[in-house]
Design a protein around this ligand. Structure first.
Ligand SMILES: [Zn+2]
Length: 182
């Protein structure tokens, strides 16, 4: 649960901590803005995952490439962002594109690490769709790496999570990786 009052107090303290005056014109609404923003993220977390029954034997891969996402690195509270690529082999049910986008948003708009986000998307789809297999690849730029430390702007971190047939069958895995790199 979001405690807006706590966020506001913390942001105010943070501003003081970095030597700012939290009461100056540009900053005086900032604690409230940040509290409202996190409340908005929280509200996107639950949604109804409507599925479509697919009649007949559709055994081909369903692939959705380049789903834009934004998340926050839990080590620095800075954004990391990029693309999620999702593929699955259905087992009687498929879901609409908008549901995949909402699932990605629900799992990413919180404090995360990229590896866990990748696993959580794969686990979520496995649970909801019960497919024959799932593959998730995320490529992302981390602001905490781009603006400090290694200072490598534009550098991408790539993570993947494979389940079911994507793990067991080399051909399926290769097809997936070929389709997302093309
Ligand atoms: Zn970080």
């Amino acid at each position: 649960m979001i405690d807006k009052e706590k966020i506001e107090r913390a942001v105010r303290l943070f501003l003081e901590g970095i030597g700012e005056n939290p009461d100056r014109e540009g900053l005086k609404e900032t604690p409230t803005r940040i509290a409202r923003m996190w409340e908005e993220f929280e509200s996107m977390r639950s949604f109804d995952m409507k599925l479509f029954e697919e009649f007949g034997e559709y055994n081909e891969m369903v692939l959705v490439k380049d789903i834009r996402f934004y998340s926050f690195c839990e080590h620095h509270l800075l954004p990391f962002f990029g693309y999620v690529h999702i593929a699955y082999i259905p087992n009687g049910v498929i879901c609409g594109l908008s549901k995949l986008i909402r699932a990605v948003r629900a799992l990413s708009l919180r404090l995360q690490v990229q590896e866990r986000l990748t696993e959580e998307i794969a686990d979520f789809l496995e649970k909801e769709l019960n497919p024959k297999g799932v593959g998730v690849v995320i490529s992302a730029e981390h602001l905490c790496m781009s603006i400090r430390g290694a200072m490598s702007p534009g550098h991408l971190t790539v993570t993947s999570a494979l389940r079911g047939i994507f793990l067991k069958d080399i051909k399926t895995r290769e097809e997936f990786l070929k389709l997302i790199s093309g």
